[in-house]
Design a protein around this ligand. Structure first.
Ligand SMILES: [Zn+2]
Length: 1008
């Protein structure tokens, strides 16, 4: 092999003329770190078919040495490497060898730890005259013990399991090969597998493995270390409990043929010598009762911590009887009367092993650190634990001490899990939303995420004093609406009927009880594209709920980082993508067969099968989607608001939720929303165990409320351009005689002119089919929201569509102002533009404008109305303009707020065009108001009686006319009068919508 050449070269480099290498004392066993024997063993062992005859004994010696190593039968001794070899080895961070000794060969080593095959015999020949032939014959054959030898295969199997995990997780490139060799030479399937766990202890010396197995190992030798755990032999045999008479001290054991003692009520044993009755505790026999069942511990001898206490012998259970039998040696040689049989008539009895109540392998999300607070107890056995263990982590071994189990008098060591008996899953995370709230809060959601989260299940322990457990097979989320349970377990799914072998259980700490209720005010602006939620702080300030507030309201039970689950936003991702942290997408994810539909927080779906549903605020068919979305939103919002306002306390919320809805909602839409609000309120009542007050206000009125009532004497036109509607209010605030502010609405209304139409028009223009359009729709929205249009859609012409869309909305405002002027000529009107829809102004140029420039150009375009007493409102708003509706909803949530969804529709907007009534000859002028709040049609009027004068209305100044003509040419004929008349809605004496609004809505919907 080239290794020896390399060694020669390196040695020649490090030696000089004065130091002839032949003068050093070099023994064969001194140089195994030079790897050639190690590589030779690896290479030979990996020969499938032919092992050279001279190697057969070496292979057998290796096999026996490995078993001894894994059973702790080798004594290890680290010895420093001396010069000149150290100069070479220490470059690789290797300055000692670990020799292995065995009692059979006192005084000298028989092997060394090997970085390729774990352990191997010394090179041959060696000065100790230990040959592989001798070792192959004389070392114990643990893998297949002869009859005269103790069988330690069960321990060996456990050690093999542990060392395989350690090798697998080591990161060494050799791992796969080495695991294959171990499996070939020590086939675990041939070992008896028992359902118990031996206490283990780490070997004093770590074993090293080469990190890289390719050619670079020769140039740049690196090692990784693994810890080998071996079963602890020599655990002192436990003392045994023997029942004795309290009167005379005689043994209270009986012959098997004697009748069993009825122990259903208590255990009392009669002395045959003095007739005295001696009472015993159930726990003397390791027995405890739950419900109608008596449980009897077995495997007690495996428990640590009971060493000083007497334990009963292993029980044998049959039917309703348990029999304890003592070794005659403990009874002074008594061979016949060596039993106690206890009967439990009318009861169930069950023998239970200590190992059955624990996971074989402990699931550790994140890393094994002091912060780990999981327990190894299977959830269905939490009720067997009387006192929870203390957790201690030392040298990568996690130990659960001082636990008290029912049926045992003394505290015990419940388990000891070395790193190799843990499944450490760095990217795994277990959490609960919300972080436990006040006692009456009933709805919680558990999540577990990470690689292969679908291979795990969540198990809820409602009451850890009871064995009942609810196991959920869902992929990564479990809903729970029965109050905070006592514990949650996450375990690897097992085959039906089999207990899970990997998992951990977390106790859920209830917050300190606080008997305080606080009114919590929340305002929700449920928008067509996104929603905004405000809450009111203790000192009365409005605070917006941000994405990170939702994430912070979850509690991570185990694992690292912020919550990673589909139903909560990822604030790091959102920030990186440039998302506005105050906007909650009004969209849901759906997957075929999915049981759960989270809010669409990010661009990418939880899986490829997920698709987004959105735009469900208005549609007649979307009732279910609205309900799902708002239910989900409120479930996130309530705890988040509470947690933000009263962090870490157990304050109980008295909920006051304010919603805003568009005034444009029709009567039937209002009815449906009123029903929806009632159902949402009932749902919240249930899971918050608190009365929930729900109020509603139209978006137009919400703007007015948010705007403040302090600006007495000015007239404002608030125009909120959202995704689905343009909500407008032209009003003034005055003081009533008793000093309260009173709002007087001149005009108020809502038109179905929304930013969604703009985005849809763009998506429609780009995509050839529905699927492509939907993809474009999201990409466009995303680009607009994050200011990435220029990057994501280079060369695209959003400008054309924007320039055709905005004037539609603006024309409605112009008619409103002109109509107001016609009635009251000399008042100034301050225009306030709110809502995200106005951001479309950023796209009126070929390259998207900066937000502020787009805004300024938009504001300047209103000058083209040439209305002298119209100006842009220059004052400050309490919150950003996109939050105004949510703030208004919040203010309306306070006592005295309205529930407008149940009030009649009350729009009043200018007709916009002159209408001639053929039935009476009367006229409704363009500046007259129409709408649900205005009765100005003669009884019996139908659409057919109404003649529309399309050329009427306020004159458009030349510059505005030019812009309007480009955006919506042929306003005087498109759509037709017939279309407009078809869309007149005349309940009784009212015209719900004027002709101009119908025309503009039609043109907005068809913008392209
Ligand atoms: Zn007695």
């Amino acid at each position: 092999m080239s290794a020896s050449i390399l060694v020669t070269q390196k040695l020649s480099e490090l030696l000089d003329d004065q130091h002839y290498w032949g003068s050093y004392v070099l023994y064969g066993e001194s140089i195994p770190h030079l790897l050639h024997w190690d590589w030779a063993y690896l290479w030979i062992l990996d020969r499938q078919s032919t092992i050279p005859p001279e190697w057969q004994a070496r292979v057998e010696a290796w096999r026996r040495l490995l078993c001894m190593l894994l059973l702790g039968e080798l004594e290890l001794e680290a010895r420093a490497i001396e010069q000149p070899l150290l100069s070479y080895t220490e470059k690789a961070g290797f300055n000692h060898l670990v020799f292995a000794r065995a009692p059979l060969y006192p005084g000298f080593p028989i092997g060394v730890l090997s970085p390729t095959v774990l352990v191997r015999p010394l090179p041959e020949p060696n000065r100790f005259e230990i040959s592989s032939e001798k070792l192959a014959e004389q070392l114990p054959r643990h893998y297949s013990p002869p009859p005269n030898m103790g069988d330690r295969r069960a321990e060996l199997l456990q050690s093999l399991d542990l060392v395989k995990v350690a090798i697998r997780d080591s990161g060494s490139q050799l791992s796969a090969t080495l695991l294959r060799l171990i499996e070939r030479y020590l086939p675990a399937t041939e070992f008896p597998r028992i359902n118990s766990f031996y206490p283990v202890t780490p070997l004093p010396n770590k074993a090293s493995l080469v990190a890289k197995a390719d050619a670079s190992a020769w140039e740049d030798l690196r090692y990784v270390n693994i810890t080998i755990f071996v079963p602890q032999r020599r655990v002192p045999p436990p003392k045994q409990f023997v029942p004795k008479c309290q009167g005379c001290g005689a043994l209270l054991t009986y012959a098997k043929a004697e009748s069993a003692v009825d122990a259903a009520v208590n255990i009392s044993l009669r002395c045959r010598a003095c007739e005295a009755i001696t009472p015993f505790e159930y726990s003397d026999f390791g027995i405890w009762k739950h419900g109608n069942t008596f449980f009897i511990w077995r495997e007690l001898e495996q428990l640590e911590g009971l060493g000083h206490h007497a334990i009963p012998p292993s029980p044998v259970v049959s039917n309703d009887e348990v029999c304890f039998s003592w070794n005659p040696a403990l009874l002074g040689g008594e061979e016949v009367r060596a039993h106690v049989r206890l009967r439990f008539p009318q009861h169930q009895i069950r023998a239970i092993g200590i190992s059955e109540i624990k996971y074989n392998m402990l699931l550790i999300p994140g890393d094994l650190t002091e912060g780990f607070n999981g327990l190894p107890v299977r959830p269905e056995w939490m009720f067997a634990v009387d006192q929870l263990p203390e957790v201690e982590i030392v040298n990568d071994v996690i130990t659960f001490r001082n636990s008290k189990l029912h049926g045992l008098r003394h505290t015990v060591l419940l388990g000891r899990y070395p790193r190799a008996a843990c499944r450490i899953a760095p990217d795994f995370q277990v959490g609960i939303f919300p972080t436990p709230l006040y006692e009456g809060w009933r709805r919680y959601r558990f999540f577990w995420s990470g690689d292969k989260s679908d291979e795990y299940r969540g198990c809820v322990v409602p009451d850890r004093g009871q064995p009942a457990v609810e196991k959920r097979q869902s992929v990564d989320i479990a809903e729970w609406d029965d109050g905070l349970p006592d514990a949650l377990a996450i375990e690897a799914k097992s085959q039906a009927g089999m207990p899970a072998s990997i998992g951990a259980t977390w106790l859920l700490q209830k917050p300190r009880a606080a008997d305080v209720s606080q009114p919590i005010y929340v305002g929700v602006d449920f928008g067509t594209t996104s929603s905004v939620v405000y809450a009111e702080s203790q000192d009365g300030r409005p605070v917006v709920l941000e994405l990170r507030d939702f994430a912070r309201t979850a509690k991570i039970l185990s694992g690292n980082g912020e919550p990673r689950t589909t139903f909560l936003p990822r604030t790091d991702e959102a920030a990186a993508a440039g998302f506005d942290p105050t906007l909650i997408p009004s969209a849901l994810w759906f997957a075929p067969g999915g049981e759960f539909n989270p809010i669409r927080w990010s661009r990418r779906g939880p899986t490829k099968a997920h698709s987004a549903r959105y735009g469900f605020k208005w549609g007649n068919q979307d009732e279910l989607l609205r309900r799902q979305y708002l239910d989900e939103l409120l479930f996130l919002v309530l705890p988040t608001a509470l947690n933000k306002l009263f962090p870490g306390s157990a304050v109980k919320g008295n909920w006051n939720i304010g919603f805003a809805f568009p005034l444009a909602f029709s009567g039937s839409q209002r009815k449906e929303y009123a029903k929806l609000f009632t159902e949402l309120r009932q749902g919240m009542d249930r899971y918050s165990s608190a009365p929930v007050d729900l109020k509603s206000i139209s978006e137009s009125h919400a703007c007015v409320r948010a705007f403040g009532e302090h600006l007495h004497g000015s007239v404002f036109l608030i125009a909120d351009l959202g995704g689905g509607s343009l909500d407008v209010a032209l009003f003034e605030t005055m003081s009533s005689p008793d000093g309260r502010p009173v709002t007087h609405h001149f005009q108020v209304g809502s038109a179905k002119i929304g930013g969604e139409a703009f985005v849809s028009a763009l998506a429609h223009g780009m995509g050839a089919d529905d699927e492509a359009r939907q993809r474009h729709y999201w990409n466009i929205r995303y680009a607009i929201m994050t200011g990435r249009v220029a990057q994501d859609f280079p060369g695209s012409n959003f400008g054309n569509v924007a320039t055709r869309f905005l004037p539609i909305a603006q024309e409605l405002l112009r008619i409103m102002v002109e109509a107001f002027r016609a009635a009251i000529p000399d008042r100034n009107v301050d225009l306030v533009l709110v809502g995200n829809g106005w951001r479309i102004a950023e796209f009126t140029a070929a390259t998207p404008l900066a937000q502020s420039i787009g805004r300024r150009e938009l504001e300047e375009s209103f000058q083209e109305f040439e209305v002298p007493n119209l100006s842009m409102y220059a004052g400050e708003l309490e919150v950003p303009i996109k939050h105004v509706v949510a703030l208004g909803a919040l203010k309306n949530a306070r006592p005295g707020g309205r529930n407008e969804i149940e009030e009649p529709h009350e729009a009043k907007m200018p007709s916009g065009r002159d209408l001639k009534l053929r039935n009476t000859g009367g006229t409704i002028r363009w500046c007259d108001l129409v709408g649900s709040a205005v009765r100005n049609l003669p009884i019996g009027t139908t659409a057919g009686h109404i003649e529309i004068h399309r050329a009427s209305g306020p004159r458009a100044p030349a510059r505005w006319l030019q812009r309007l003509d480009y955006a919506v040419p042929a306003l005087d004929s498109n759509p037709t009068d017939a279309y407009v008349r078809d869309h007149f809605d005349i309940p009784g004496e009212r015209l719900e919508k004027g002709p101009l609004q119908i025309i503009l809505e039609k043109r907005a919907a068809g913008v392209s």
